[in-house]
Each structure stands twice: as C-alpha cells, then as structure tokens.
Design a protein around this ligand. Structure first.
Ligand code: TYM
Length: 332
C-alpha cells in the first residue's frame, strides 16, 4: 500500500470546520486505500505561546477529534509527534541542507513574523517547515493531504528530499501534496476574505467542532452574506454565500448546483437554517464521540502510546539510514 502522512497542530481546544472539511474528511476516506500516519504535531504548537497544562490537554483533545471524525486507530497510525524522537533529530539534519533564503520565502512565516514583530518571532517559527518536512520524510510518504495553506511547505519538503537524495544517495520518497480543490480553503463566516483559522481574532466567524451545536447554528444564522438575495455560487461577487455553499456541499456530499436549485426563490434565512441543520446533524455525533473518548484519558493515552511504537519503528529505520548516509559515526 502507498503511504500517506498528515497532521494538525493542537493549537486550540477544538478543531475548526476548515480543518474538518479541508483535511479530516479526506483523511477518513484515504485511510482505506493508504497506509496512513496521522500526527498531533505538538512540537509545532510550541512555536506559539502555550500554557503547558493546556497544551497537554489540547493534544489529547485533538487526538480524540481525529478518532471521533472517523480516523481508525487500529488501521491508521495516530500518534503524538513528540512521542517519536526521530522527528526532532531528522529536522536538525534537514536544517543543514535548507537555505536561509529558502526558509525565509515561506509565506506563512513571513505573515506570522510580520504580525509578531522581529523580537517575538522565534527561530523555531522560522524552522517550522523543516520540522514539517521531517515529519513527512521519516515515513517514506507518497501523498500528503492538506488544505492549500500548507502547499508551499509540502513543496519545500519535496525540494529537501530531492536535494538530500542527490547529495547523499536516496533515503527519501519524494511526496506529493494532495489538495481537494473545492474545499482547500474554508473562509471565516464573518470575514469571507480570510481563511477560517483556529487563531482568528474574533470567535463569531469560526465554527468549532466541539462547540455546542446551538452555538454553531447561531453563528451560521449570523454569517455575512450580501444584498443580492439569491443562493448562488460566485466566489468573487458573493464570497459569503459561496463559502456557505461549499460547507453545505462538503458536509452532505451533494453538488453545489443541486443545493442552489433547492433554495431557488427562497431567502438566505431558509438557506442558513438548512445549513445549520446539516452542521448540527454532522457535528453532534462527532462531538459526542470526542467527549466520550476524553472521559477516559488513560485509555486514550494508552492508544496513543501503542501507535507511537508503530510510528517509531518506521521512523527509526529512516533516521538510521540518514545518519549513515551523512557520515555520522555509528554507536556500537
Ligand atoms: P494546521 O493545524 O494549521 O491545519 C490542519 C489542516 O487543516 C487545514 N486547514 C484548512 N483547510 C481548509 N480551510 C481552512 N480554513 C483550513 N484551515 C486549516 C490545513 O491546511 C491542514 O491540512 N503545518 C501544519 C501541520 C503539520 C503537517 C505536518 C501537515 C505539521 N506537520 C506534516 C501535513 C504533514 C499545520 O499547521 O496545519
């Protein structure tokens, strides 16, 4: 079976619907035909300020949401990044073949460092994409399903794999990003020009997987639309309505034109009510499963430990090969 790798940061108490639609739904389907590795990337989350106890809890919560959304820990390897030492070690090796300018061109770094200012920008934030490359390359990954904001990082990963392979001999599979075009970017409900994000400034435009369904329904009813009044997909002229249509289609598996037809001649109120029902129906059970899993943290931790052992075995083999190839002396 070909290999698949992906991950998410435990950067909030709950995932948002962009993570769910842009990534988790694909993961759930793809795990059937790929040997899949899914990590909760807690080392990456350290690049932003964290309360240590909260980070631990967010890590568990993120893992629980993977499982609740349909990732099967008996079939796929679902683990916590920091449990597998090889990630940090390979990141160091890869950092020695990454150009300073090359890393500086990453748009996510440029955006964040500009927002934080030079003094609040850590070296870890700068090398974040190198750690991500290590995640992917340790597992001889064929495909990396992500939303489009991660595409540039996967491109860097490919460049680093090719560079290493030609400089030292082939150690890595060169991975392909897989981006579901229609759902690659879910937008903020209050600001449909910005992508929905766990770190959004205002909560009103973000739908959280673990929110009380009634709260999510209310946010949908208040979502920004336009004064045109027709339920029609037009990304440029009607970004708010188009975003809601994309969410509706993704959660129901229906085509956008069929949804437009259903709401033809009806107002936005009806459409939003319909979407709110879809969201409540989809997220209600996911939320309940996640809360059930979190009620027994010891069992969850045990599951994560078993999966980390599976990941370790694969990652250690790649790392040992890399250490040999770059000329590190083997410890007897
Ligand atoms: P993160 O935690 O920001 O996001 C997790 C996944 O969700 C996707 N996503 C979205 N998709 C559509 N619309 C949105 N509004 C939206 N917001 C987020 C992201 O594209 C991503 O697929 N660096 C990564 C985590 C990572 C990783 C990896 C991913 C670390 N190592 C190795 C893949 C492979 C990140 O911060 O994702």
């Amino acid at each position: 079976k070909p290999r698949l790798y992906s991950g998410m940061q435990p950067s909030a108490d709950s995932l948002q619907i962009g993570n769910y639609i842009g990534a988790l739904l694909q993961w759930r389907d793809l795990q059937q035909s790929y040997e899949a590795f899914f990590s909760v990337v807690d080392l990456h989350a350290l690049t932003q300020p964290n309360d240590p106890a909260e980070l631990r809890e967010k890590t568990r919560r993120t893992a629980a949401q993977y499982i609740a959304a349909g990732i099967e820990p008996s079939k796929s390897t679902l683990y916590v990044q920091s449990h597998v030492r090889a990630h940090a070690e390979l990141a160091w090796i890869l950092s020695t073949i990454t150009g300073f300018g090359e890393a500086g061109r990453m748009t996510q770094f440029k955006d964040k460092s500009q927002r934080f200012g030079a003094d609040a920008t850590s070296v870890g934030l700068f090398t974040y994409p190198v750690l991500m490359a290590a995640d992917i390359l340790l597992y001889q990954t064929d495909i990396v399903p992500v939303g489009d904001d991660q595409k540039q990082h996967v491109e860097l990963t490919r460049d680093l794999a090719e560079r290493f392979n030609s400089r030292y001999g082939t150690a890595f599979t060169v991975p392909m990003p897989v981006i579901q075009k229609d759902t690659a970017r879910i937008y903020d409900l209050q600001n449909p020009a910005a992508k929905m994000s766990k770190s959004a400034e205002s909560d009103a435009g973000v739908l959280w997987l673990l929110d009380d369904p009634a709260v999510s329904a209310k946010k949908i009813m208040r979502a920004v639309t336009d004064s045109d009044g027709t339920v029609r997909y037009d990304r440029d002229e009607k970004p708010g309505v188009s975003n809601l249509l994309v969410i509706y289609a993704a959660l129901t598996g229906r085509q956008i034109p069929a949804i437009e037809d259903e709401y033809a001649g009806r107002g936005y109120g009806d459409f939003k009510k319909g979407l709110a029902e879809v969201v409540v129906e989809e997220f209600g059970p996911v939320r309940q499963r996640a809360l059930d899993l979190l009620a027994d943290p010891a069992e969850l931790d045990r599951l994560l430990a078993m999966n980390a052992a599976k990941a370790d075995a694969v990652a250690d083999a790649t790392l040992a090969d890399v250490y040999d190839k770059v000329g590190l002396l083997r410890r007897l």
